[in-house]
Design a protein around this ligand. Structure first.
Ligand code: ADP
Length: 262
């Protein structure tokens, strides 16, 4: 086996991935992981070779969202194999490596850095067009550690909900990216209006347009809105990726529009 350092392994692996996209949010619960999964699948549906990496120390939720709980990646002589799902997408989550999903919350910085380097350097991602990386929420130590360990990201998408408390957190995420020299690819306003299942009218549960206004104010692109769709909750709970199973919905169309410029 080659005798490469952790950093060399990360570099070698990352060189084979054309685009690395970070998915950030100023706080938890705004749909960051849901957006990461659906954007990754939207890219795969376009015929791209896609990997999805979950480094949310706070509670890796990708295994649940894709019904992959309890799966363990296979170890080979040269590294760890990501789990393949429908459409050939490769998935790796910190959750696959933990005995309990909450175990990593108590890890100190160096252990977190080691885990991220393993996920980037020891996983056999192969040649990919995109690696979508689901970040820990917020702008504290955890996302900072992750951002500093991932070399040469193309940029970040920042997920928010339309109401003020959440859009204020977006400005913190944008500032976070600027301080780390990570380009902001744009803001996504999630849970933007509820489409009434009975009359199809839009109900502005959390108002609309806050994310777009914040993107303008912070001079970053606005990538689009994803409406609130109760089917996102049920499909997430069932571990069935929403966009595969509900392709003819406004929310699925929104995810597909968002990945066009990426
Ligand atoms: P985060 O990663 O920001 O903590 P999650 O992706 O786990 O958030 O989403 C939080 C909850 O909101 C989940 O139950 C998810 O199914 C739901 N959710 C996310 N986006 C939407 C949406 N557009 N419509 C309806 N429910 C959503």
């Amino acid at each position: 086996m080659e005798n490469l350092s952790d950093d060399e392994k990360v570099k070698r692996n990352m060189q084979r991935i054309a685009h690395k996209i970070l998915v950030l949010s100023g706080k938890g619960g705004v749909g960051k992981s849901t957006v990461a999964v659906n954007l990754a699948i939207a890219l795969a549906l376009e015929g791209k070779r896609v990997g999805l990496l979950d480094v949310d120390f706070h509670g890796p939720s990708i295994p649940t969202l894709l019904h992959l709980e309890g799966r363990r990646p296979q170890a080979t002589e040269t590294g760890l194999l990501p789990i393949l799902i429908q459409g050939g997408m490769k998935v790796m989550s910190l959750g696959f490596l933990l005995a309990k999903p909450e175990d990593a919350v108590i890890w100190r910085g160096p252990l977190k850095i080691h885990a991220i380097k393993q996920l980037l350097g020891d996983v056999e991602w192969g040649e990919l067009d995109y690696l979508v990386i689901d970040f820990p929420p917020g702008t504290g130590d955890e996302p900072l550690t992750v951002a500093q360990t991932i070399p040469e990201a193309d940029g970040a998408v920042v997920v928010t909900t339309p109401q003020d408390v959440s859009t204020i957190d977006v400005s913190k995420s944008v500032t976070f990216c600027r301080q780390l020299n990570i380009p902001v690819l744009g803001v996504i306003e999630n849970m933007s209006g509820l489409i009434c299942p009975h009359c199809s009218k839009v109900i502005d549960l959390f108002k609309q347009g806050g994310g777009e206004a914040m993107a303008r104010r912070m001079e970053v692109p606005f990538l689009g809105r994803v409406p609130l769709d109760p089917q996102i909750v049920t499909s997430s709970d069932e571990g069935k990726p929403f966009i595969y199973y509900h392709q003819n919905t406004e929310a699925a169309a929104a995810f597909k529009r968002i990945v066009e410029p990426l």
